[in-house]
Design a protein around this ligand. Structure first.
Ligand code: UDP
Length: 451
């Protein structure tokens, strides 16, 4: 029991993230007073809508790299961007959040009765040469690659916490979390599960990095949270402990499963494999079974089905909000001056077919037709660019104007990429850029300009 408090207090750092928000809800359900901290670098306050309804939940915008002033008996340290896209966006913040965050928690816990459950990661094993990975495996990590800010940051945090255990008897417990998925994952975190589900539900091709033969083992969020809570209930835990679901599948198999469960008719598209992407990953959970009776309950089909339902609901609500906003803005814009938007719509209609046929010619390797079409597409993109800037000049100040301006920038970037691909005679890239980047951009522009 906390000093003077009726309820035990738990601090969750990274509370507004995917795992953090689920954990806060679970702890509230267990009768804890919960303090959540998040700097909102990748967290999202809407994740906390449900937790914030509880009078026992307290949220603070704060950074774990700053001194922490909360008195809590139990600390769950989840504060760190965790998806490759997010952690590579700001590698400095990623590494310092891991290492300085752990340091702050040690400062807070030294000399107090406080248990820290630190979220480490399967990334400490890097691209493993031992399969499945037991806790005794030391890993195979590149110290200077694109993933290093996360991998090495987490490894260094483990070192720091273990030294604090030895030197000051800080009760720091380390769990190594393997790929986890479930409702509330961010649409744009770039992770494979969120990407595939969003793509399948919106009719975009599923992006397979490499040949799709690399494997991962996916754990449903409720199982993972159960593991965290059980770890906290132990009297003591020495040494790190894996938490994850050992059910392993290749990324190609995952794509097929998502297509099947969403009933999507979409295709697959190959993209380059990111640097240092681990070829295989599967937790050895012998230790977690022994220590906390950990046994994941939700298999991948059941978990994906729940996750797909959640994504579908959230996408539908975003779409209806957007439509409502677009209807409103369109009405205002039309009232001001209908002409430039109508001209833009005409220019897009005239070009879309051209673009499609240019993409086909490039894909079929029809060189002659492809280069004729490319010239025509460049001309029509020029016209669209002119119409776009005409339109945003008129609507400057309204959100429509700002959106059109962003489209202008994206169009210019895409045209630069297209010219680059043309210079290196890269037909596949031209076709991909036209089909997957240019056409969707024009569809969005067209929706805004639709009379
Ligand atoms: N991946 C993919 N398509 C995507 C996103 C990811 O094929 O749209 C692959 C990625 O290259 C990796 C695996 O899926 O091999 C898992 O990636 P994720 O980013 O979800 O997690 P991590 O690499 O950290 O395990």
């Amino acid at each position: 029991m906390g000093l003077g408090a009726v309820r035990r207090t738990a601090l969750v750092t990274g509370a507004a993230g995917f795992l953090g928000s689920h954990l806060c809800e679970r702890l509230l359900g267990e009768g804890f007073e919960v303090v959540g901290i998040d700097n909102l670098m990748t967290g999202d306050l809407t994740n906390l809508e449900s937790a914030r309804k509880s009078p026992y939940f307290h949220f603070e915008i704060g950074d774990v790299r700053e001194p922490i002033r909360v008195y809590a008996e139990l600390v769950f340290n989840l504060a760190c961007p965790a998806s490759p896209r997010h952690y590579q966006d700001d590698p400095y913040a990623t590494l310092t959040s891991s290492v300085f965050g752990a340091q702050r928690l040690v400062e807070m816990a030294r000399g107090r009765r406080c248990t820290i459950i630190h979220a480490s990661t399967s990334e400490v094993y890097g691209d493993p040469t031992v399969h499945p990975q037991p806790e005794t495996y030391w890993g195979n990590v590149n110290p200077v690659g694109e993933r290093s800010c996360y991998d090495e940051g987490k490894r260094c945090a483990e070192t720091l916490l273990f030294d604090a255990r030895r030197r000051w008897h800080v009760d720091a417990r380390i769990v190594r979390i393997f790929n986890t998925y479930g409702p509330r994952m961010a649409f744009d975190d770039g992770r494979v599960v969120s990407n595939f589900i969003t793509q399948a539900l919106t009719g975009l091709p599923l992006t397979i990095f490499g040949d799709g033969s690399q494997s991962r083992s996916f754990c449903y969020v409720d199982d993972l949270i159960e593991g965290l809570v059980r770890t906290a209930r132990l009297d003591a835990l020495d040494g790190p402990m894996n938490l994850g679901n050992p059910g392993e599948l290749t990324i190609g198999e995952l794509a097929q499963l998502v297509i099947e469960l969403t009933g999507s008719k979409t295709l697959l598209v190959r993209k380059a494999l990111p640097q240092d992407d681990p070829q295989q990953r599967k937790p050895d959970i012998t230790r977690a079974k022994r220590e906390i009776g950990f046994l994941p309950q939700i298999d991948i089909r059941a978990g994906l089905t729940r996750t797909i339902d959640d994504f579908a609901q959230r996408l539908a609500s975003i779409a209806s909000q957007r439509q409502e906003r677009a209807r409103h803005e369109h009405a205002v814009a039309i009232e001001m001056s209908p002409m430039p938007l109508a001209k833009l719509a005409n220019a897009i209609d005239a070009s879309s077919e051209e673009i499609r046929s240019c993409g086909d010619a490039h894909r079929l390797g029809d060189r002659m037709r492809a280069s004729q079409r490319f010239v025509r597409v460049s001309d029509s993109l020029d016209v669209i660019a002119r119409r776009l800037s005409e339109a945003w000049l008129v609507y400057e100040g309204l959100t429509v104007g700002i959106t059109l301006r962003a489209f202008t920038q994206q169009l210019a970037d895409l045209v630069a990429q297209l010219l680059d691909a043309q210079r290196s005679n890269d037909s596949v890239r031209i076709a991909d850029l036209l089909e997957y980047e240019m056409l969707p951009l024009l569809v969005r522009c067209r929706a805004l300009a639709a009379p």
